[in-house]
Design a binder for this molecule. Sequence first.
Ligand code: FAD
Length: 804
Amino acid sequence: MKTHYKAIVIGGGITGAAIIYHLTKMGWSEVALIERRELTAGSTWHAAASNNQLHDITNMARLQTYTINSFEMIEKETGQSCGIHKNGGIYIATTDARADQLLVMAAKAKFLGCTFDPITKEKALEMNPLLDLSDAKALYYTPHENHVDPNGATHAFAKGARNRGADIIRYNAVTGLTQLENGNWKVVTEKGVLTAEHVVNAAGLWAREVGRLAGVELPVHPLEHQYFVTEAIPAVEALVDEIPSVHDNDKEYYLRQEGPGLLFGAYEKNGVHWAVEGTPLDFDTELLPDDLDRIEENYLAACERTPCLETAGVKSVINGPMIWSPDVQPVVGPVPELNNYWVAVGIMAGFSQSAGIGLVLAQWMVDGHPERDLFSIDVARFGPWVDTKYVMEKTAENYSSRFRIYFPYEEREAGRNQRTRPITDIQREQGAVMGAVVGWEYPKYFARNVSEKTPIYSFRRTNWFDAVGEECCALRTSVGLIDISAFSRFRISGEDASTWLDTLVTNTLPTEHGKSVLTPMVDVRGRIQGDFSLTRLEDNDFLLIGSGLAEEYHKRIFKDHHPNLNVSVKSLVNEWAGFNIAGPKSRDVLSTLVSSNVSNNAFAFMTGRWLTVAGLECYVLRVSYTGELGYEVYTKEGDQVRLYRALLQAGEAHNIRLVGGLALNSLRLEKGYGSWGLELTSDYTPYEADLGRFVKLNKGEFVGRDALKSLKNATENRLRLFEIDVDDADPVGGEPVYYEGHIVGEVTSGSFGHVVKKSLALVYVKAEFDQLGTDFLVEIIGNKFPARMLPIHPYDPEGLLLRT
Ligand SMILES: Cc1cc2nc3c(=O)[nH]c(=O)nc-3n(C[C@H](O)[C@H](O)[C@H](O)COP(=O)(O)OP(=O)(O)OC[C@H]3O[C@@H](n4cnc5c(N)ncnc54)[C@H](O)[C@@H]3O)c2cc1C
């Protein structure tokens, strides 16, 4: 055993094995995988190991596609069998909503070149004669699914890594992790002390324990999960070909063939957390006592679908622990508060995702960034606001609704009120239907009557459509008030603050006190990392406002940017609360609450100042995400209620309207403004995102400048706004855009534009199809609707409303 490695991966389940393999494949051979027991000794050995390709998030579907295909690749490379069964999958819809969901999935499948086609009952029964499809409203088939032998697959990746130089060290638990002064990690193991430049926590069921060795609490928790394999069933034995996996998702179970029998597994309503106090360190390749009563309801539903299941004897029952994260997605990447401590944990569908995660994590470690945007699985999407209670509530909810449809804009009930402000209850009393973003409760829309109070979720327009429309129109004709407290805000100060910022963002820093600019931040490849409004408060004192979703993600970048400079970066998200008042009458509202002159000349667009508003100390910025004259007014959280009441009272004369997040989404789309995580992601450059005017290549050195120089005239995609002729459903993101039968773009977000009266979508179109007026088609819930490309800023294209 060597004593120093470039990287040590802790955990020899399918995830750790896939990571070590990809690290070696990318050229790091001085690496080791350390496993407490035998490889697969966590969740891996007992998995059903069935694999799906499709996923709601396109980049995750790409990652799963890679994983599914990787088993053949590694088998060929190493000669180690993965026991691959290419059985495909049949998806069954028994409700209209599920039928809509499958249409949406079918459209997304086209981005991946994946076959996911509607089939007739006859065709389905030809492939699986065991089914009763009397209640099926829609059926789809994909040939791309498979299941593998979990042991063979894990050993194949480990063998591949060993062949490329990695050490695979078994029966050696890691018991201590400390970062040394030189940045290396001291890795204490049962068999001795090692050092490594990087450590990767791939400890699956023990992810929490291995996190704590380095002082981090990871947001994951195991739950018990059961499946059983039946004795041989004559009807199964009589089959010529293996049946495709059965996806009867409304009933929360899965079913596939296993030899001469069937394998049935279920996500019951009352999932049981396991190892609440911590995963026992001596837990080996063990199972938990089975309790089939818990999954009886799911089983009975499966028997209705596959009647021969009912009389089959049970050959073996597996009740094993499975790890979950609060939003079901894996938790991957560098832990923000540590250096060179990586995680690949919370992976509940390890066989569908492991190789993809191994690949992207290896890219991240070796190249400094993964090839594609991974925000949806980035560990930095969580933060200190996540506590054990939240993790327990969300993991239980997600387990019991594993296959439930996640509708556009749907909010679920568990883990709510995690972060509230003093006005949260008042907003509810005022009819706010709340959502949660990074734990913060915020109004999505304001119900006007009882029937709007409970949102009815759908892929189509639904019961909040008119309420949101009224909010948009009221704001554009008079004034609206939007709670923007969830936006992130950083105070950046210190002797070197200007230098630090200037080398971080793409735009020139504002020179005068109180001046603001909009600026992207990019990585060394010139890909978008952030999009901010930046205001100079004093010489070396700045206010940086960005997406609340990305707060921890941005902190991680800030931490690594010129750490030797004298700069303090302070988050104000908890200390300050904020409101956006916007609309033609917003100045009138503000002026009644301040003694200073806020006329256009005195308080111009893209400036900010300290003002006493209704007797409260506030920082007020004249910026707007709605495209209207507007102000962001920030005050101390303790003064939030007083400011809120004062703004509403002053607005009474103008019928000020409370406006929620759904209306803000519609309003910003009417302006063609991108949003973090949707249009503004590391898949694109500022030039592609129509932010090129905020990139100043001549200002001096900044991160990504060299890359941007060469990308300026070589944009692969262009962000464009489309108008779509559709009347009962609007695009929400993920819809394909066609030109002459070919996919030429993907919708990143959409909404009805209630003021311009058009269904709108922001789309990244391949640059060669960037032609105004061309006839496109956009596929929404199975239908292709005519669509036209609009100028990117169709509403107030000159920006006069903002500036007057
Ligand atoms: C009943 C059941 C059925 C499933 N079916 C499927 C399925 O059909 N499809 C699918 O995709 N997924 C399925 N899963 C989920 C799948 O098993 C997991 O996603 C996957 O195994 C996770 O792998 P992992 O490597 O991340 O974690 P684990 O398998 O838990 O591996 C972690 C490893 O880390 C080691 N370790 C821990 N602490 C230390 C330490 N201090 N030092 C050294 N080593 C350490 C452990 O010994 C262990 O081997 C199923 C899970 C269960 C429970």
